[in-house]
Design a protein around this ligand. Structure first.
Ligand SMILES: [Zn+2]
Length: 328
């Protein structure tokens, strides 16, 4: 079974960078922290659900994870798309906690353990629209009509799913993750006649791979934060305090006395994620809190591609030759 995990949006790594560089006293701090927790929980939910998809028999289908495809001026995204010769199945994953009340396809209400209630858009019309858009795409690719269905999967077994009104039961497509494997098997039994062959499916698959476009988000814009509000300096990779001071060819932490040569790479990666993918020597010095233009020039030249003439020289942060994870 080819499993294609499409590249995810860089949203979480940008949120992490913003959270790291936003002072604890900033009015948006809580909002950023909460969004980061929610996004990470979503990824965990998707990973937990992969456990149940592993039991599907191999060789007879393709599984695309998180394809995001341009279509009619915008994009549609599906958490999991299973493509069999007999039918297609979209599986949307929700990582919601507490008690979730469904009123058919109207707004859903999440009640937390402390009694607070939040309304969310119902995921059923959302996934139906994604399927409709996938159908338009398949038509455009001259793929014969194939049945398509969906499940909305709650990844946490602790989530309670209830009808809001007793006479309007929870739609049968809304399930807990531990039922998914059995319901997919049951679903496939309904469709025994192949409509496509594996070559058709491989063609659709290749199209999805070619067209996938990860979502790019400007988190500074989203939370209304200006560059001057961020914490400047190089963070210590050991204790997390900023700024480290550059002395005798190394960055030194004033708190835990840790010393490292490459910690500026992680700091400049934050700059790239939050502000711009290129910068000048002066901008780098301001962000890293380093006074010497000569030292800064040496550090930048050692790691980044240069653009522009001597006077307007800029460094391409996206062309870093050193992995930030090993820059400690
Ligand atoms: Zn330290």
């Amino acid at each position: 079974m080819p499993v294609i995990q499409h590249q995810r949006s860089d949203y979480i790594i940008k949120l992490e960078a913003l959270n790291r560089r936003l002072p604890a006293t900033h009015p948006a701090k809580n909002k950023v922290e909460n969004r980061l927790i929610r996004e990470k929980a979503g990824i965990k939910g998707e990973n937990d659900m992969n456990f149940y998809l592993r039991f599907l028999s191999p060789d007879n289908h393709y599984l695309h994870k998180n394809p995001r495809i341009p279509c009619h001026g915008s994009h549609f995204e599906i958490d999991n798309l299973l493509m069999y010769c007999t039918a297609f199945l979209a599986v949307e994953v929700k990582n919601w906690y507490g008690t979730i009340f469904f009123d058919g396809e109207s707004q859903v209400i999440q009640r937390h353990d402390n009694g607070t209630e939040i309304g969310y858009p119902n995921p059923i019309p959302q996934v139906k629209l994604q399927i409709h858009r996938l159908r338009l795409l398949l038509n455009r690719l001259n793929i014969p009509y194939i049945p398509m269905h969906y499940f909305i999967v709650f990844s946490s077994p602790k989530t309670i799913i209830k009808p809001l009104y007793p006479d309007n039961p929870v739609p049968k497509e809304v399930i807990h993750a531990n039922r998914l494997f059995f319901l997919i098997k049951k679903f496939l039994q309904q469709y025994s006649a192949p409509i496509l062959d594996m070559k058709n499916i491989a063609d659709v698959s290749a199209y999805l791979v070619a067209e996938h476009t990860p979502k790019m988000v400007d988190v500074m814009y989203e939370f209304g934060i200006k560059p001057w509000e961020l914490i400047k300096g190089v963070f210590c990779p050991k204790c997390g305090i900023a700024p480290m001071a550059w002395k005798h060819g190394k960055w030194h932490c004033i708190q835990c006395l840790h010393a490292s040569k490459m910690s500026h790479i992680s700091a400049l990666r934050d700059y790239m994620l939050l502000i711009s993918d290129e910068l000048s020597n002066a901008e780098a010095r301001k962000f890293l809190k380093l006074d010497s233009p000569d030292v800064m020039k040496r550090l930048l030249r050692a790691a980044y591609q240069v653009a522009g003439t001597t006077k307007n020289r800029r460094y391409k942060l996206s062309k870093c030759r050193i992995n930030a994870n090993y820059a400690e």
